[in-house]
Design a protein around this ligand. Structure first.
Ligand code: AMP
Ligand code: GLY
Length: 425
């Protein structure tokens, strides 16, 4: 069968790489893809936001299965667009994608169904939001835009003054467009963050190996939030006991809640959790694979990803087994200088061939493209995810950074402490 992966990031390169290993997959197309995707299949230069065009293209190219990467496609209804086309599509339909598309929807769902999360209030008008902040005791608070903001709509504020600024920027300044018209203000949670990715067809829930992202831009978790500067799997803080608690108190109730509300969720449910002193609480839901968590998690998967994703899409996930290597995996993101702020593009990259020769190491491409001359040049904030396996986290860290040392481009920046948390916990 031919498979189409939609998107252009590190996650999509990783999905294409893993799907292409399935004996059931003849050919993987990636639209639009990036400079790395050619290793896994064929990049397709079409307008992926035009779903009618995409369906027509998929029909013409005998595609049997479509795997969209980013949330924006799901929220815009890509799965609905393929309904009736005879082509299976992985992931939630538009109604179920609301779980990520609206933070207010997600928070209210959790409140209605008793799923542990930070206390919050929601606002559609700026004045009540500011009055609410005035009524709170001084201290940190988190302000979130309701809609999709490409990972930038959450502002962790140290005090009420910062929170008021954040509210004004969202609700008055229009900095986040329509997405910031409504906001959630919530209590700050403290603890370690972990990511749980789970496949679900709305009946069966199959958690993937645990992982931990590094959201802050700089070492020691300093600086602004980014899309993720690196990740590792497994996350040792997530013990078997804790995992049982997460499944019982969060994943199962979430899938049931969506069913009860007539929004059956099929696809990849991403639960971003804070392990607080009062137990695990949901920071956010996403409705797609995490980036960069997917890179180390899928490096460790021994089972056929195509089988798993297709079974999810077809409602046949029951009794599917997932096999994982005991090895750990670490992904270090190489970013453009300035990211997550403004950065320059078009920097020529060197050393990729050498980096790829390290044992058990894959350099997943993200914001990188090929020039007509065949050079790889930077084309985004997060440019590569250098990912390595090792028998321990420490070995995987050593291997990943050894390969990082071979890659260079002007302004290249990365965190030097990816995975360290796993060594001390
Ligand atoms: P979200 O998109 O909701 O996951 O938020 C992005 C990041 O902001 C999370 O990964 C956390 O690091 C941080 N964050 C979000 N909500 C909270 C909260 N209530 N308390 C502490 N940190 C938070
Ligand atoms: N790594 C965070 C995300 O995928 O949303």
């Amino acid at each position: 069968m031919n498979v189409l992966v939609v998107g252009s990031g590190g996650r999509e390169h990783t999905l294409a790489w893993k799907l292409s290993q399935s004996p059931k997959v003849d050919k993987v197309y990636i639209a639009p893809g990036n400079s790395g995707c050619a290793q896994a299949g064929e990049c397709v230069d079409i307008d992926v936001d035009n779903f009618r065009l995409l369906v027509r293209w998929a029909r013409e190219h005998d595609i049997g299965f479509v795997v969209p990467g980013a949330e924006a496609y799901y929220v815009a209804g890509i799965v609905d667009a393929f309904k009736g086309s005879g082509i299976s599509t992985f992931g939630p339909d538009q109604a179920a994608a609301e779980l990520e598309g609206s933070k207010i929807f997600a928070k209210n769902l959790m409140r209605r169904h008793g799923i542990p999360t930070a206390d919050y209030a929601e606002f559609e008008q700026i004045e009540p939001a500011l009055r609410y902040l005035d009524s709170r005791p001084e201290g940190p608070v988190v302000v979130k835009a309701d809609g999709l903001c490409a990972g930038k709509g959450v502002i962790v504020c140290r005090n009420l003054g910062e929170a008021k600024d954040a509210v004004r920027r969202m609700m008055d300044g229009g900095e986040f467009g329509e997405a910031g018209r409504r906001v959630v203000i919530e209590e700050l949670l403290r603890g370690q963050e972990v990511t749980i990715l789970a496949l679900t067809d709305g009946k069966t829930i199959a958690p993937l190996a645990s992982s931990q992202d590094h959201k802050a831009a700089f070492d020691g978790d300093a600086g602004p939030n980014t899309g993720g500067m690196g990740a590792y799997s497994p996350a040792p803080v997530l013990t078997d006991e804790l995992m049982d608690e997460v499944v019982g108190r969060i994943l199962v109730p979430t899938v049931h809640a969506m069913n009860e509300e007539g929004r059956r969720f099929r696809g990849l449910l991403y639960a971003g959790l804070m392990l607080t002193a009062g137990g695990p609480k949901v920071l956010e839901y996403n409705v797609r694979f995490g980036d960069p968590e997917t890179q180390p998690v899928l490096m460790r998967l021994e089972s056929d990803l195509f089988d798993l994703l297709m079974a999810t899409a077809q409602g046949k996930l029951v009794d599917r087994e997932m096999k994982w290597t005991d090895d750990a995996a670490v992904c270090v993101v190489l970013a453009s200088g300035g990211y997550p702020g403004p950065y320059e593009k078009g920097k020529v990259v060197s050393g990729l061939d050498k980096a790829a020769k390290h044992p058990d190491t894959v350099v997943f491409h993200a914001g990188a493209k090929l020039t007509p001359r065949g050079d790889v040049v930077t084309d985004g904030g997060r440019v590569f995810g250098v990912t390595a396996l090792g028998s321990t986290i420490a070995e995987a860290i050593g291997r990943a950074y050894a390969a990082v040392g071979d890659v260079s481009f002007e302004g290249m920046r990365y965190r030097t402490d990816i995975g360290k948390k796993a060594l001390v916990s």
